[in-house]
Write a protein that binds this ligand. Structure first.
Ligand SMILES: NC(=O)c1ccc[n+]([C@@H]2O[C@H](COP(=O)([O-])OP(=O)(O)OC[C@H]3O[C@@H](n4cnc5c(N)ncnc54)[C@H](OP(=O)(O)O)[C@@H]3O)[C@@H](O)[C@H]2O)c1
Ligand SMILES: [Zn+2]
Length: 368
């Protein structure tokens, strides 16, 4: 369907997109959503964002703020209003009850539970004009993991790499702290804070003993999963910073530090995730995340593990932070990919964005 929108519509939808970001560190596992109510004079009379799972949706906050003024108003919302009863009542019913006359939403809900049009039919029957598709790509970009799970049953996977200009990510002795600037590291904190899960390899844990948690931002802590096929890290759990910084994850009802492994001896370990063939089948780990409503995955590992994910074609976006320095030929390469003998076989990506972050440059690459 092709709807026509005015520049004023676009302005209000941009405001709704901005509001959605208020929930970006806290709304998990729900999608982030923003809503704006506008009266016939073009004045904003209510605004809202979905901030936390189990709490009111964006439309409900906006309706509450507008009160009686919502009658006859237009609602701009970044996602199709829900019509199913989850932890809260359907927003479609609340919008009808409040008497809004028009609803413009940026994107259809990719949730198969909603796709059956029943919400739209209900709104139309109530005499509410509806249209969608305004700033749709911007709205999709708010919730890559949620959309990816709904459309492909796979979480959205980003891998972060901090490298020198000659593509090195650690010295030969393993030292890598720090190649990039404090500004880049703060940027990585925001990326972490938007992620449901951080995945790393045992090599990084042995060499760096990282905590991989969110420090400079207030929000939910991600689940940290370390892949360690032999499970030898279990012998030394208490000395790991991942262990001493762990807390309960409410989605999994487990500690937010887990070890994915292939050692049957640890099959029932409270902090273990057993996969018989983890080495060759990292997809099974992503399937686990999908089943548990974990939308956005961030890989922060060394070259061995990041390359394994890449070789199994499981990465959607590469976030490469490049510092203006050279580490020389002895240092470790960014990736260990198999040799190719024909340029047609090059592992090619598209540049999505390039940005200066302090003295470094951040390049975001995607497959499509
Ligand atoms: N510059 C950066 O962005 C950055 C980020 C992180 C780390 N680093 C640096 O990278 C270095 C460590 O890198 P690394 O390459 O040695 O270690 P790594 O990539 O972090 O971990 C590699 C280990 O992961 C385990 N693993 C589990 N499942 C695997 C699978 N499916 N495929 C491959 N490996 C799997 C293997 O050990 P098991 O036998 O235990 O399974 C493997 O040896 C450190 O110096 C660290 O400082 C740099
Ligand atoms: Zn809703």
């Amino acid at each position: 369907m092709n709807f026509i929108f005015t520049s004023q519509d676009e302005c209000f939808m941009r405001r709704a997109l901005e509001l959605a970001l208020l929930g970006q560190y806290t709304a998990r596992p729900n999608p982030i959503v923003g809503a704006v109510l506008v009266n016939s004079l073009g004045q904003i009379i209510g605004e809202g964002a979905h901030l936390k799972s189990g709490e009111p949706h964006a439309e409900i906050h906006a309706l509450k703020q507008a009160g009686e003024l919502a009658r006859g108003a237009t609602c701009y919302v970044t996602l199709e209003p829900c019509s199913h009863t989850g932890k809260t009542g359907p927003c479609v019913d609340a919008l009808i009850q409040a008497g809004v006359s028009k609803i413009i939403f940026a994107m259809r809900d990719p949730n198969p539970l909603v796709k059956n049009n029943s919400g739209l039919e209900k709104l139309t029957q109530a005499g509410i004009k509806i249209s969608w598709g305004l700033l749709e790509q911007e709205a999709r970009d708010l919730n890559p993991g949620f959309i990816s799970r709904m459309e492909r049953s796979k979480p959205y996977v980003r891998a972060k790499i901090a490298a020198s200009l000659d593509g090195k990510t650690a010295l030969s002795n393993g030292q890598s702290q720090w190649i990039t600037s404090p500004e880049s590291r703060l940027d990585v904190q925001t990326l972490r804070a938007k992620s449901d899960v951080i995945i790393s390899g045992s090599g990084t844990v042995r060499l760096d003993n990282p905590s991989l948690n969110v420090r400079e931002i207030t929000g939910l802590q991600p689940v940290r999963i370390i892949c360690n096929t032999s499970g030898d890290l279990f012998k030394n759990l208490e000395n790991l910073n991942l262990y001493t910084t762990q807390e309960l994850n409410k989605i999994l009802n487990k500690p937010n530090f887990l070890i994915a492994h292939s050692n049957i001896y640890y099959q029932n370990h409270e902090q273990g995730l057993y996969f018989p063939d983890l080495k060759n089948n990292l997809k099974n780990l992503l399937n686990f995340c999908d089943e548990k409503n974990l939308n956005n995955i961030l890989i922060e590992a060394g070259s061995i593990f990041t390359s394994a994910f890449l070789n199994q074609d499981l990465i959607d976006e590469l976030w490469i932070y490049m510092a203006p320095c050279f580490l020389g030929s002895g240092a470790r390469d960014m990736l260990n990919l198999p040799e190719i003998l024909n340029l047609d076989q090059a592992n090619r990506w598209k540049i999505k964005s390039i940005q200066l972050i302090g003295p470094d440059v951040r390049v975001v690459l995607t497959r499509s």
